[in-house]
Design a protein around this ligand. Structure first.
Ligand SMILES: Cc1cc2nc3c(=O)[nH]c(=O)nc-3n(C[C@H](O)[C@H](O)[C@H](O)COP(=O)(O)OP(=O)(O)OC[C@H]3O[C@@H](n4cnc5c(N)ncnc54)[C@H](O)[C@@H]3O)c2cc1C
Length: 322
């Protein structure tokens, strides 16, 4: 066993953060990522364009010594702006203290800074285009889809997200494997561009929510004065991704449930862009609830960050978390 080198699978948000922590303790780290390097190729940052960063996330970035770099990209969201069906607005502050709030941040900028900082340590090597295919006990190797094989002679950390190969492997070895239940919901990201004066079309310092029972729309501000909206919707059923199959049905749906807000925005152009985004391709990923009981096998395999939603509860309850 090589005790000085650790292997991490996945260079999303958690993999490079863990690599930084390990390098701070003088371990060498080999980080394997299935995608290309998003710092050099024009690919999406993954699960969402932007995300809400809370106090806990800021603490993690501070301990990784990259918060100063990320701070200029943060847009404070002081509370939820609830949009009722009739257009009424209700602002619900996250805290009674003005310095307590969550922040909207670009996932890509966060991911890039984490990888840069990990590499700056001189102890972390990131191998892109390395998709872990299999952990093979017979030959004692990690096998990647590009043909690369790595001997299993160090600790393996799975930071490979919700469809984790590492978790699947651990599940086959433990007596209480994970229980994964589909929620029946998925999501689609949509875009509200800046208005004709180049400014935000909604209040920027809020996380906007249009709660509509079985489905909801949220919007987080971006630095370029646009918003990224996420529509969470059932996959099947009377109002679902499967039934909203034509442009007319999508327009009727938005008119019925969100028109009051769009009248407030007063921008037909924005609405057309919004709907074009909706009809371009299907939904993104199926949400699941995971019940993960055991994460460690033979003390050499560890799957990190199982609160990664897939699970929607964090979004429903999105609040300021200390
Ligand atoms: C729509 C949506 C909105 C969200 N909004 C928020 C939010 O506002 N705030 C928040 O805190 N969280 C949010 N989350 C949750 C957040 O995205 C996750 O908690 C976070 O991305 C988990 O980080 P991770 O590194 O564990 O996994 P991921 O970010 O998913 O990264 C996994 C990495 O592993 C790589 N990988 C996967 N399989 C392999 C393989 N076989 N071999 C090699 N590499 C592999 C992937 O390419 C990826 O780079 C949101 C999630 C979704 C879906």
């Amino acid at each position: 066993m090589d005790n000085n080198t650790k292997i991490i699978i996945g260079s999303g948000l958690c993999g490079p953060l863990l690599a930084i922590y390990l390098a701070q303790r003088n371990y060498r780290v080999k980080l394997y990522e299935k995608r290309q390097d998003l710092r050099v190729s024009n690919i999406s940052a993954g699960r969402s364009i932007n995300l809400a960063l809370s106090h806990r996330g800021i603490q993690a970035l501070q301990s990784a010594k990259i918060f100063d770099e990320i701070e200029p990209y943060l847009i404070p969201m002081k509370g939820r702006m609830i949009h009722q069906k009739n257009g009424d607005l209700e602002f619900q502050p996250y805290s009674i203290h003005s310095h307590e709030y969550i922040n909207s941040v670009s996932r890509a900028e966060l991911n890039k800074s984490l990888m840069n900082q990990a590499e700056t340590s001189g102890l972390v090597e990131i191998f892109f285009n390395h998709s872990l295919l299999e952990i093979n006990d017979n030959v004692n190797e990690l096998i990647f889809s590009n043909g690369v094989r790595i001997p299993l002679n160090s600790y393996i950390f799975g930071a490979d997200g919700s469809g984790s190969i590492v978790r699947n492997y651990i599940d086959r070895k433990v007596t209480s494997p994970s229980i994964i239940k589909p929620l029946g919901h998925s999501y689609k990201e949509l875009h509200i561009s800046p208005n004709k004066d180049g400014d935000y079309q909604l209040e920027p310092n809020a996380l906007h929510i249009w709660p509509r029972g079985e489905f909801m729309l949220i919007a987080l501000p971006n630095m370029d004065k646009s918003f990224t909206c996420t529509l969470f919707l059932p996959i099947n059923g009377s109002i679902s991704f499967n039934t909203l199959s034509t442009t007319k049905l999508v327009i009727d749906f938005f008119n019925e449930y969100f028109s009051a807000s769009f009248n407030n925005i007063g921008s037909l152009f924005g609405l057309i862009g919004f709907i074009r985004g909706f009809t371009l391709g299907g939904c993104s990923v199926d949400f699941k609830t995971m019940n993960v009981e055991l994460r460690i096998n033979k003390s050499t395999f560890i799957k990190i960050n199982e609160s990664e939603y897939s699970i929607m509860i964090l979004i429903w309850g999105n609040s300021y978390k200390r």
